[in-house]
Design a protein around this ligand. Structure first.
Ligand code: FES
Length: 119
């Protein structure tokens, strides 16, 4: 069964912009760009560590691409594909989200729900 978890109002995220969230063991971030909302697990495909340090800013200075603060790696906001840096061609893990009545919601399947319940 899918659990629907409200994350934040869409309007609380700049356009373009991003916002980090943590729920139990799950650390993720939401990207708002060109009217689209997407979310990814905050874990680089090449090391498994969060992309931004300190957490919060996941886009580059132009607000065009997702960036790793440590290594400058760049990822496409719409697919999560790395297009520059040590993990070119690999992908961030997308997280299922939707917008309902102006709120970004996480759609947690059974696997994700297990992570949410762990503290
Ligand atoms: S942790 Fe992978 S590019 Fe920085």
């Amino acid at each position: 069964m899918t659990r629907i978890i409200p994350l934040c109002p869409v309007e609380s995220i700049a356009e373009p912009g991003s916002r980090a969230f943590a729920l139990g063991e799950l650390e993720g971030f939401i990207v708002r760009k060109d009217g689209e909302i997407r979310a990814y697990r905050d874990s680089c495909p090449h090391t498994g560590v969060p992309l931004a340090w300190p957490p919060g800013g996941h886009l580059d200075a132009d607000g065009a691409l997702i960036q790793c603060a440590m290594h400058g790696a760049l990822f496409l906001p719409d697919t999560g594909e790395c297009v520059h840096g040590p993990c070119v061609g690999r992908f961030l893990e997308p997280l299922p989200v939707r917008v309902a009545q102006g709120v970004v919601e996480l759609l947690a399947d059974a696997r994700l729900a297990e992570e949410l319940d762990e503290d």
